[in-house]
Design a protein around this ligand. Structure first.
Ligand SMILES: Cc1cc2nc3c(=O)[nH]c(=O)nc-3n(C[C@H](O)[C@H](O)[C@H](O)COP(=O)(O)OP(=O)(O)OC[C@H]3O[C@@H](n4cnc5c(N)ncnc54)[C@H](O)[C@@H]3O)c2cc1C
Length: 511
């Protein structure tokens, strides 16, 4: 049975008058923010049909971390906070802000967020919510050491005059913090706990001006995007944002082509425990792919271990003790000896670089803390690279994994997505400031022009790393080791690698 609440809100945002009508089904009413004023459980009236159509300025398809980052940014900017926004996602996590239990061990799904992301979260007021939950800053990384025993590189935040290199946060904490941040504003959002099934885009190029005096069937609706959802709801929007992940339905329905490939690798992820607290991020490149040990606070760390699909199913199903042994083997002596401080164990061929040394240049190789226990389920993710050839067309724009999926070896995927979300929010605000239709392709292409080069560059760098480490061949191993040894001692390169990985968007040595 459909329950419907009708509330008319008239908003005037820089001359853009919008009539917002919201009709929520039972579940939507449950999930909507009580502060939004759009959907509450009373007063209610019955509505016999599912064909009532609601109209929004922005429909965000996908309320994952990136979709919620966009909503949060819109909610906190003076020019966009009055927009009416629909968020479409069946993920139950959108239903409550208070479900994270601190006493439970951390989830297996975590993200390493960069200093640039931390700044963005602080700008929109979401970082204070992250700080109420478990999170682990780190200022040291022993990022890479070649499994042949020939090379390693250590990084220290102070090499690049930074306080931290990043922070490891559970995905559910990032997501919930964004949701809490939105709910503490008066943002007009409606959550549809459903999935997008189809989308109608009209080719009319007339710029849309929605007239608040017209009735429910707005005369201009023909030029808006119409979305149909799996629960039978339909809605119209001036702008549809595809934040619906790597298998984006929006991308497919809008006809955006993609370029990409599968890595024929899976990542096994889980949370583990040590006897002592881990304060450093560790990564070791092995013949089948890298293994990373990321600090999670207390005595917990997160494992992201890349391997062949066959190995991933073996490692997922093996008993816990054997798995812990295998992890320690992969992180320490297994596959090869500890690297030496000087290349090939002889004279220091990089001594000429040492005039301008970073703090970490003289740091010795360290063995990561031993894992003593597995404390979460093991999850397996297939890995691929995919990039949408366009991010924007009239009324549709893609952000996050819907636009680009990268290898997780440097923990950059969601950081790129957050960069997209905040850039799009700025472009929407610019459009509102000058009275442009926010679904106009010329406006949305500004967003694409800003984000595409940055995303493609990062994808190319990560893909290059992935490929360079997929070949196990003697001379190449030595070259690779030399490259990492060079990075250990060549301070300008090291500083710019840290800046780039921190989200500063300048390529190593090219700026
Ligand atoms: C093993 C692994 C480790 C990683 N580690 C890191 C890291 O350390 N740092 C980092 O920056 N990145 C990391 N990433 C990448 C990061 O997880 C992704 O980039 C990020 O989750 C993408 O967020 P998103 O919101 O764009 O998409 P998603 O997280 O995929 O969210 C998409 C949302 O859309 C919804 N949805 C899907 N289809 C529909 C539909 N038809 N209708 C409505 N809703 C829909 C889904 O329910 C979901 O909530 C890692 C990835 C993997 C696999």
């Amino acid at each position: 049975m459909k329950r419907v609440i009708t509330r008319k809100l008239f908003v005037n945002v820089y001359g853009l008058r919008v009539q917002k009508k919201t009709f929520c089904n039972d579940a939507a009413a449950k999930l909507s923010s009580s502060k939004s004023g759009q959907c509450s459980r009373e007063p209610e009236e019955k509505q016999g049909s599912t064909t009532d159509v609601h109209q929004y300025d922005v429909a965000i398809v996908g309320g994952g971390m990136v979709g919620m980052a966009l909503a949060c940014s819109l909610a906190n900017s003076p020019l966009t906070k009055q927009l009416s926004v629909a968020i479409i996602d069946s993920n139950p996590a959108l239903g409550s802000r208070d479900w994270i239990k601190k006493e439970e061990p951390p989830d297996a799904r975590v993200s390493t967020v960069t200093p640039a992301t931390i700044s963005l979260f602080k700008d929109v007021g979401a970082w204070q919510y992250v700080q109420q939950h478990r999170h682990a800053y780190f200022d040291k990384m022993q990022v890479v050491w070649d499994y042949t025993g020939l090379g390693y590189t250590r990084y220290n935040a102070r090499d690049a005059n930074k306080e931290v290199l990043g922070c490891v946060v559970e995905n559910k904490v990032l997501h919930n913090s964004l949701l809490s941040c939105i709910e503490d504003t008066d943002f007009q959002k409606t959550i549809y706990p459903s999935r997008l099934t189809s989308m109608t885009l009209h080719s009319s190029s007339s710029s849309t001006r929605v007239d608040s005096t017209s009735g429910p069937e707005f005369s201009t609706r023909g030029s808006l995007a119409k979305l149909e959802l799996s629960n039978g709801n339909s809605l119209y929007a001036k702008l549809v944002v595809g934040a619906d992940g790597a298998k984006s339905r929006v991308r497919e329905l809008a006809g955006f082509s993609t370029t990409g490939w599968s890595y024929s690798q899976n990542a096994v992820i889980c949370t583990v425990e040590h006897m002592i607290e881990n304060h450093c991020a560790w990564q070791r490149f092995l013949p089948a792919g890298p293994i990373a040990l990321l600090p999670m606070g207390d005595r917990f760390s997160n494992i992201v271990w890349t391997m062949s699909p066959k190995d991933s199913s073996d490692f997922k199903s093996m008993n816990e003790d054997d798995f812990v042994k295998a992890v320690n083997h992969a992180l320490d002596y297994g596959y090869g000896p500890h690297p030496q401080s000087s290349l090939l164990g002889t004279g220091d061929i990089f001594s000429w670089l040492r005039a301008d040394v970073t703090l970490s240049a003289n740091e010795r190789f360290e063995v990561p803390p031993k894992v003593v226990k597995l404390v979460s389920e093991r999850m397996v993710f297939p890995l691929s690279l995919r990039h949408a050839n366009d991010y924007a067309s009239k009324r549709v724009v893609l952000i996050g994994d819907a636009a680009h999926t990268v290898h997780p070896l440097a923990g950059q995927g969601v950081n790129l997505g957050f960069g997209d979300a905040y850039a799009l929010s700025r472009v929407i605000a610019e459009g509102i400031a000058v009275g442009t239709d926010i679904g106009e392709v010329s406006l949305l292409k500004k967003f694409e022009a800003e984000r595409k080069p940055a995303n493609i560059m990062m994808m190319a760098v990560l893909d290059g790393f992935q490929k360079a480490y997929s070949v196990d061949f003697g001379p190449l191993n030595i070259l690779r080791a030399a490259a990492f040894h060079g990075a250990q001692y060549f301070s300008p390169l090291k500083r710019s690698i840290i800046s780039y990985a921190s989200g500063d968007q300048r390529l190593p040595l090219f700026s």
